[in-house]
Design a protein around this ligand. Structure first.
Ligand code: SF4
Length: 305
C-alpha cells in the first residue's frame, strides 16, 4: 500500500533530471557520487560535462588524476573524484570495464559505502537494497514517529523497516521516490503534509509532530582567518601542491595558512612564506579579502602581494 501510494506520486511528480533518463550503471554511479554533498541544480552542468570528457568506465580509467580533479573542480570533497579514478581502474582490470551487480563485490570498491552500493544496485540493476540518505532518514523518522536528531542513531531500525516495505519489482524507483519525497514534499522545514502521498501512513503527521521530528541540530560553525601570498614574476604566479593526504589533498594553492592567535596578518604571511618556501618577505601589500564557506567552517582569506 505504502509503496503504491509513493510510486504513483513519483511517476506523476518526479523532476526531469538527466541521470533519470539512463539505465547505464556508469552514469548512475557518477550522478550518485556527484549528488553527495552537492545540490541537484549544481550537479547538472558537471554531470553533462563529465560524460562528454569521460563517457564510460574505460575513458575514466585511462584519464590522468589531474585531469579528473580539474573536471571535478568546484564540486568540493575531492576524495570523491580520487575514488572514482581508483574504482574505474578496478572495474577495468578486474571486471572487464563493467560495474558488478553483486553487493559483496561492489562494497569492496573505494567510494562504495552502504549508500552508494545500495543506490547503484537498485537504480541500475533494480536490486531490492534500500538507500538511506539524509532525505530518506528524515522522511522515515517522521513516518515511523522516531524522535531525536537525524544522526544515524536510528538507521538500523529504519533500514529494517525499509526492507519490509521496499517494492521488489521497482526498487530503483522506490528509492528514488523516497529521496524525491524528502526533497520536494517532506522538507526539513515546513513539510507540505497536505500534498503528501504517504500522509495516511505518517505517525508524525497524526500526532502533529512533523516540525519537531527530527530534532533540529545545533551546528558548531567555526570561523577561520587565513592569509596567502601572491608571488608574481614576469606574469607567472607561484602555486604549490598541498600534501597528498588531509584537507583538499593534492590540490594546488597559493602559499599561506592560518593566522595564529595574537599575530597580525602581515606577520602571518611572512611566517607562512618562511615556513613553506624558506624565503623572506620584503614587503606584503594587502590585495583582497575572500570569504568562503565550507560545511563546518567559514574561511576569511586575506591575499597579499
Ligand atoms: S505527512 Fe508530512 S511529515 Fe509525514 S511524510 Fe508526509 S510530508 Fe513528511
Amino acid at each position: 500500500m505504502f509503496s503504491r501510494h509513493l510510486l504513483g506520486w513519483y511517476q506523476r511528480s518526479k523532476r526531469d533530471l538527466p541521470w533519470r533518463k539512463t539505465g547505464d550503471p556508469y552514469k548512475i554511479w557518477i550522478s550518485e557520487i556527484m549528488l553527495q554533498q552537492t545540490t541537484v541544480n549544481a550537479v547538472i552542468p558537471y554531470y553533462k560535462r563529465w560524460l562528454e570528457i569521460f563517457p564510460d568506465v574505460k575513458a575514466l580509467a585511462r584519464a590522468r588524476l589531474q585531469t579528473v580533479l580539474k573536471t571535478w573542480q568546484g564540486l568540493g570533497y575531492y576524495e570523491r573524484a580520487r575514488n572514482l579514478c581508483t574504482a574505474a581502474k578496478i572495474f577495468v582490470n578486474k571486471y572487464e570495464g563493467k560495474i558488478p551487480a553483486e553487493y559483496e563485490k561492489l562494497e569492496k570498491i573505494p567510494g562504495f559505502g552502504p549508500y552508494t552500493t545500495a543506490a547503484v544496485l537498485s537504480l541500475a540493476f533494480n536490486k531490492p537494497h534500500p538507500v538511506l540518505d539524509a532525505n530518506v532518514r528524515r522522511v522515515m523518522m517522521r513516518i515511523l514517529g522516531i524522535h531525536g536528531e537525524a544522526n544515524g542513531h536510528h538507521d538500523q531500525s529504519i533500514l529494517a523497516e525499509l526492507q519490509t516495505i521496499i517494492s521488489i519489482k521497482s526498487s530503483g524507483s522506490f528509492n528514488q521516490a523516497l529521496m524525491e519525497l524528502g526533497a520536494l514534499i517532506c522538507k526539513a522545514r515546513n513539510p507540505l503534509c497536505l500534498l503528501c502521498p504517504v500522509q495516511p501512513f505518517c505517525r508524525a503527521f497524526k500526532r502533529g509532530e512533523q516540525e519537531i521530528i527530527p530534532k533540529p541540530k545545533k551546528r558548531a560553525y567555526r570561523r577561520v582567518e587565513a592569509v596567502v601570498g601572491i608571488i608574481e614574476k614576469d606574469g607567472r604566479f607561484l602555486i604549490q601542491k598541498r600534501p597528498a593526504t588531509g584537507l583538499l589533498a593534492g590540490l594546488w594553492e597559493f602559499p599561506g595558512g592560518k593566522v595564529k592567535r595574537g599575530e597580525t596578518r602581515e606577520k602571518a604571511v611572512a611566517r607562512e612564506i618562511r615556513e613553506e618556501l624558506g624565503a623572506e618577505v620584503a614587503q606584503a601589500t594587502f590585495l583582497v579579502k575572500v570569504n568562503h564557506s565550507y560545511t563546518q567552517f567559514q574561511v576569511n582569506l586575506y591575499a597579499y602581494a
